[in-house]
Design a protein around this ligand. Structure first.
Ligand SMILES: Nc1ncnc2c1ncn2[C@@H]1O[C@H](COP(=O)(O)OP(=O)(O)OP(=O)(O)O)[C@@H](O)[C@H]1O
Length: 243
């Protein structure tokens, strides 16, 4: 029997779009009884379960709500309506540099980020050399990360995340900033995690890549879930709609 590791129940997320930039403009708008901003429903009534060991692609065109959904699953954002439950250690690679402190060195950030991902200091120390070797940024490990390029950030963030032994691995678009050899290395590592039975949730516009990596797809359209099926079927459907 499979265990549910992610449970998304009737989730909605609303954002406020502000049109008035300054405090003075906001005060004037409020005084005149004009709206200070309108709200926008980025996700609406989304429900699905993910079982242990499944690999799921969140699919949809720009602005359909994929990244918002991934952030809700990771716990970075909270839903306005509904609930999200996860089981086991969740490691997310959601925004390049998130969870990194700019004034700390790469080395210090490995410890900081590892702790955020739930590793003990001893576990991080034991895996430190492996993490740095995977990132291939040995020379810069004692440089403050504010001097890192976005690719270097990604390398270190991915290396820490995969070495944190996650049960659930969330990956957003960001692989795109890595160069091709590193992307290939990350994809091999993701396949290895999948082979070990870890649960994956991936957002990417590289449809061929996600169709290869994921068995299941969830298709979002303007914040609503419109299909739940095999990733290959949903990718064909998306391509069909835009031919
Ligand atoms: N913090 C925020 N404040 C206001 N609006 C937001 C915020 N985050 C996301 N949105 C809006 O929510 C909608 C969904 O965004 P989201 O990033 O989840 O889409 P996406 O499917 O990942 O898009 P893309 O393919 O372009 O990355 C967009 O219209 C976006 O402008």
């Amino acid at each position: 029997m499979s265990t549910t590791v992610i449970e998304v129940s009737d989730v909605a997320k609303r954002f406020t779009l502000r049109h008035n930039r300054s405090l003075k403009e906001l005060a004037v708008a409020a005084f005149r009884g004009r709206p200070t901003g309108d709200t926008f429903l980025a996700l609406d009534g989304v429900s699905f379960d993910v079982a242990d060991g499944e690999s799921v692609a969140l699919l949809g065109f720009n602005g359909s709500g994929k990244s918002t959904l991934l952030k809700l699953i990771s716990g970075v954002l909270k839903p306005d309506v509904g609930a999200i439950r996860t089981r086991g250690r969740v490691a997310g690679l959601i925004e390049v540099g998130a969870g990194f402190h700019p004034d700390l060195t790469g080395r210090e950030n490995v410890y900081l980020n590892g702790a955020i991902l739930g590793m003990s200091e001893q576990q991080i120390a034991a895996r430190f050399d492996e993490i740095v070797a995977f990132s291939e940024i040995e020379r810069f490990i004692d440089t403050e990360v504010k001097f890192y390029s976005s690719g270097m950030f990604l390398r270190l963030a991915f290396a820490v995340a995969v070495h944190s032994d996650p049960e659930v691995f969330l990956i957003d678009e960001i692989l795109a900033v890595g160069d091709e050899p590193f992307q290939r290395k990350c994809i091999d590592r993701i396949k290895q995690l999948k082979g070990e039975g870890r649960t994956l949730v991936i957002v990417s516009h590289d449809l061929d890549m996600v169709a290869r990596l994921c068995e299941r797809g969830i298709l979002l359209e303007k914040g609503k879930m419109v299909a739940d099926g095999t990733a290959t079927d949903l990718v064909s459907r998306m391509r069909g709609e835009h031919e």
